[in-house]
Design a protein around this ligand. Structure first.
Ligand code: SF4
Ligand code: SF4
Length: 184
């Protein structure tokens, strides 16, 4: 059954807007004077010197994990790229020289300008090769090209994978070391 909602009818004083504008200016002035001479409840922070703490739920930008021997964990199965709704993951698969590994990504690139940080890539990965638990915010850049993060950028925050081939998980995880740039 439809519910009737009474339409708000502004009074004459409200319709003239003069009284409302004066009221607004009074609130603004009160806040200004309070911040100037008394209680400082401004929410502005002096970024970048001061940074707002992130919520504990913040996960951060993508990283690729590594195997125990330091190789990239990804096996270029393309599941993350297939699941990505923004179509922003580009992977070029290459044959691995390691006989136990069929493929590895010779190119792994994420266009962070297209990414919507949905986490589907992380969910889709069957071997814990891509994660979004770096705790690092995406950096602003001066041009669009620098927002395309390649394999080395993703490995800079690399962690050792806690997974082992076949779906078993090790009891503990270890932090990996940062890599230098240069590979894509
Ligand atoms: S977080 Fe979502 S949009 Fe971004 S790369 Fe992963 S699947 Fe694509
Ligand atoms: S990151 Fe995971 S899902 Fe994506 S290609 Fe590599 S192994 Fe497959």
């Amino acid at each position: 059954m439809a519910k009737l909602v009474n339409r708000f009818e502004p009074a004459f004083m409200e319709q003239s807007y003069v009284f409302e504008a004066v009221k607004g200016m009074a609130i603004t002035s009160r806040q200004f004077l309070r911040n100037l001479f008394g209680r400082r409840d401004v929410v502005t922070v002096q970024y970048p010197e001061v940074k707002h703490p992130y919520t504990p739920r913040f996960r951060g930008r993508h990283l690729l994990t590594k195997r125990d021997d330091g190789q990239v964990r990804c096996v270029a199965c393309m599941l993350c790229a297939t699941a990505c709704p923004a179509n922003c993951i580009t992977i070029v698969a290459a044959e691995s020289s390691d006989h136990d590994i069929e493929k590895y990504p010779s190119t792994f690139e994420i266009d962070l300008l297209k990414c919507i940080y949905c986490g589907f890539c992380e969910e889709a990965c069957p071997c814990d090769a891509i994660r979004m638990d770096s705790g690092v915010h995406s950096v602003p850049t001066g041009n669009r090209r620098d927002q395309k993060f390649g394999k080395i950028n993703l490995l800079e925050l690399a962690k050792l994978s806690t997974a082992s081939q076949g779906g078993e998980f090790r009891a503990s995880s270890h932090e990996g070391t940062a890599h230098g740039r240069g590979e894509h």
